[in-house]
Ligand binder design. Structure first.
Ligand code: NAG
Ligand code: NAG
Ligand code: NAG
Length: 490
């Protein structure tokens, strides 16, 4: 009985960790910030409503390095403004509805005449934090884009631990993925589904994440979100599309990864083990362990710079004195994605500036310090913010596909390698690269599992203890804990 209990406990611990690490916000790069370009061109897209005066949408995303991109919303009547993280890796719209020492404002449901409380409790645990709240609906406008409102589901956060970040300037999270991963279950219609259908816009949103690039002010991230269509001023060249193979996260397929034109040459299923998602709420480019090892090996082989193993594992920074970073000595990386026409692929050209993210080491002002932005994942590959920052990314939900194009802001900031999208290339692998869930006979598996549990219970005890210690350590040392990088979401 004790063995069984231990086994179940162990399973809980083991199963719990990967689940919570799927989404996660951001330990985004401490990069130098960009200046805000105030262009006043009208967007080349269908206006939401002919009578609405639309504010300029350009640069409607903001953020602090390390804390994600947020957008302003207005909620209820009379309207209350809040900032919410833009997160394509989760599906709940959740906003603080009570004061918290780390936030300046919150959504006061009592003061909105249009708020409807459904009385249903909801909670979302993360690797290192959680929030509790209750569900309701209200009229919400993406006020940074348009005044048009839609009635959407809102999770009002009443209680949280390690969720809000002091000084981050956001008070909630806007999960833009599909209902399958919504909490408490998939019957809760996500924000964008409600918004697109009620405002009658095309079921599309786009993100141009620009990072922080201005040499003068390193404190802000900038970017632009559009809804209902593309903004032609935000990209150049052709848009290449990859299919969303399953609508839960934004799941797509990587067919190859190259370092300086040389393929890692892995079985292409390894790149998507057990999925590949596009997630603005994750900082890094996360890859399965096997891919990580091959990638680090290839990058290390290609650079004449002596790099310590600790840099690759993320526990050490590399620094050069101001403006002397030898970018030209680091290889480019290419991520090949399956094209919509699955007999073709296209490549995202990634510059070293994307996989080595600038951080503020807090000590040497004159130095440029970097952290390796490729990290391991036990829950599949994640095309996170460092990759997205090179491109204009189109979430074409209507056509079940994601588009990538060269981003105008990445072009402005390029040194040595400009991120670009190249293709099409022939892709002739009829067996496919998607991970297939192995067919299993559950009863047999359970029997095997229980047998193993009794055999291994004793040798697993130290592991449990280690896990526990690691967990405790993680809560204190966010940056280098067991499941670091995962500040926020599910
Ligand atoms: C839209 O919002 C702007 C402020 O952002 C305001 O000046 C304008 O009156 C609003 N338009 C409508 C139709 O409510
Ligand atoms: C939040 O940060 C500011 C400035 O860094 C500091 O003055 C303030 O005490 C912090 N608030 C809390 C509640 O820790
Ligand atoms: C095609 O994909 C399969 C499954 O991932 C892999 O085993 C095989 O090596 C691939 N073939 C080529 C030519 O890439």
């Amino acid at each position: 009985m004790a063995t069984l209990f231990l086994f179940i406990l162990l399973q809980l611990v083991v199963l719990q960790l990967p689940t919570v690490s799927d989404g996660e916000v951001l330990t985004i790069p401490m990069r130098k910030a960009r200046s805000v370009v105030n262009r006043s061109q009208n967007l080349n897209r269908v206006p939401l409503s002919p009578t609405t005066e639309e504010p300029s949408t350009e640069n409607n995303l903001r953020g602090k390095p390390g804390q994600g991109y947020y957008i302003e919303l207005s909620m209820g009547a009379p309207p209350q403004s809040v900032n919410v993280l833009v997160d394509t890796g989760s599906s709940n719209f959740a906003v603080a509805s009570a004061p918290h020492p780390f936030i300046a404002r919150y959504f006061n449901t009592d003061k909105s005449s249009t708020y409807i409380n459904s009385g249903i409790a909801v909670d979302v645990p993360y690797t290192q934090g959680r929030w509790d709240g209750y569900l309701g609906t209200d009229l919400v406008a993406l006020s940074a884009i348009s005044n048009v409102t839609a009635r959407v589901n809102i999770a009002s956060i009443t209680k949280s631990e390690n969720f809000f970040i002091n000084g981050s300037n956001w008070e909630g999270i806007l999960g833009l993925a599909y209902d399958e991963i919504a909490r408490p279950d998939s019957s809760l219609t996500p924000f964008f589904d409600s918004y697109a259908s009620q405002t009658a816009i095309d079921d599309i949103f786009t993100l141009q994440l620009c990072g922080s690039t201005d040499k003068v002010d390193s404190s802000e991230l900038g970017g632009t979100m559009t809804v209902g269509g593309l903004d032609d001023t935000l990209y150049s060249g052709e848009v290449f599309y990859t299919s969303i193979i399953k609508e839960w996260y934004y799941e797509i397929i990587i067919v190859d990864i190259e370092v300086d034109d040389i393929s890692l040459n892995l079985d292409c299923k390894e790149y998507n083990f057990d999925k590949t998602i596009v997630d603005s709420g994750t900082t890094n480019f996360r890859v399965p362990v096997k891919v990580f090892d091959a990638l680090v090996h290839a990058i290390d082989d290609a650079t004449p710079v002596e790099v310590s193993p600790e840099f690759y594992t993320g526990t050490e920074l590399m620094c050069w004195s101001d403006d002397t970073t030898p970018w030209e000595h680091f290889p480019s990386v290419k991520i090949s994605l399956l094209a919509e026409d699955s007999s073709q692929s296209f490549k995202l050209l990634i510059s070293p500036k994307q996989y080595m993210r600038k951080v503020d080491d807090g000590t040497s002002e004159a130095d440029d310090c970097y952290k390796f932005a490729i990290t391991t994942s036990s829950s599949g590959s994640v095309i996170g913010a460092v990759i997205m920052e090179g491109f204009y990314v189109i979430f074409d939900r209507h056509n079940k596909r994601i588009g990538f194009a060269a981003s105008t802001c990445a072009e402005r900031e390029a040194t040595y390698v400009t991120p670009q999208v190249m293709g099409p290339y022939p892709h002739n692998n009829s067996t496919g690269c998607a991970y297939e869930v192995p067919e299993s006979n559950e009863t047999t598996l359970m029997a095997v599992a229980y047998a193993m549990a009794s055999i291994c219970a004793i040798c697993m005890l130290p592991l449990l203890v280690m896990l526990f210690q690691c967990y405790r350590k993680g809560s204190k040392e966010k940056k280098y804990g067991c499941d670091s990088e995962n500040l926020v979401h599910q």
